[in-house]
Design a protein around this ligand. Structure first.
Ligand SMILES: [Zn+2]
Length: 219
């Protein structure tokens, strides 16, 4: 596993049903199950966040200050410098966010701890290993983190149901291995077998598909 914010393409997997969002494979699989249960109420604004983006967000809100605690009383140390939050919501010191490990999501339009949306999401997310504990501390109903040990739903897919993907510019279809993030080309015959067993195909942007590493020795 790479360090926070530096996950390789193989270490971040597109979330089933949410082609623009990626997480570590087990978390992606889990949020895919949450999304399957809740539909659009489990859509996301953010998931894996590379170090460069963590830095950008932090530096937009925090400024170097030798003294004082600023308007929010929020002082943090980053790269040997003392920073004070001057604007916006709290942000993790770059390299420490669970988003950088591919283990955190921000749920779209989930802005209240008391809404029906929150209750519905919490009920499902908890049994799939997600909690809002860190979010509660910083007043973010939308921020949820994954703990594999708390995932009561089996992480193994039914062996006969595969995660099939294709790009939006070519007909070739691949099986995506959720454990490794590698794709393997399948022919029409194998495609028919998988779909008859209940597998569905997720279409993602061609460039994103092309960027996914292949199982060695496959086309
Ligand atoms: Zn977040």
């Amino acid at each position: 596993m790479s360090t926070n914010g530096n996950l390789t393409a193989a270490e971040r997997v597109t979330i089933p049903g949410l082609p623009a969002q990626a997480l570590r494979a087990d978390a992606a699989d889990s949020w895919g199950r949450v999304r399957a249960a809740l539909g659009a109420r489990a859509n996301l604004t953010d998931s894996y966040r590379p170090l460069s983006v963590q830095r950008k967000i932090f530096l937009e809100r925090y400024e170097p200050r030798a003294s004082g605690a600023g308007p929010y009383g929020d002082v943090r140390h980053y790269a040997g410098t003392r920073y004070v939050r001057m604007r916006g919501a709290a942000a993790a010191v770059p390299g420490t966010s669970d988003h950088g490990l591919g283990l955190a999501v921000d749920v779209f339009a989930l802005t209240s701890f008391t809404s029906e949306h929150y209750r519905a999401l919490a009920k499902v997310a908890h049994i799939h290993g997600w909690n809002n504990d860190a979010g509660v501390k910083i007043n973010e109903p939308w921020h949820w983190e994954y703990t594999p040990a708390n995932d009561t739903h089996p992480t193994e897919r039914k062996p006969d149901v595969a995660h099939l993907i294709k790009g939006d510019k070519a007909p070739a279809t691949y099986v995506l291995d959720p454990a490794t993030g590698l794709r393997r080309y399948i022919d029409g015959l194998e495609f028919d077998v998988y779909t008859k067993q209940g597998s569905t195909v997720t279409t993602i942007p061609q460039a994103q598909l092309d960027a996914l590493p292949k199982v060695p020795g496959t086309r």
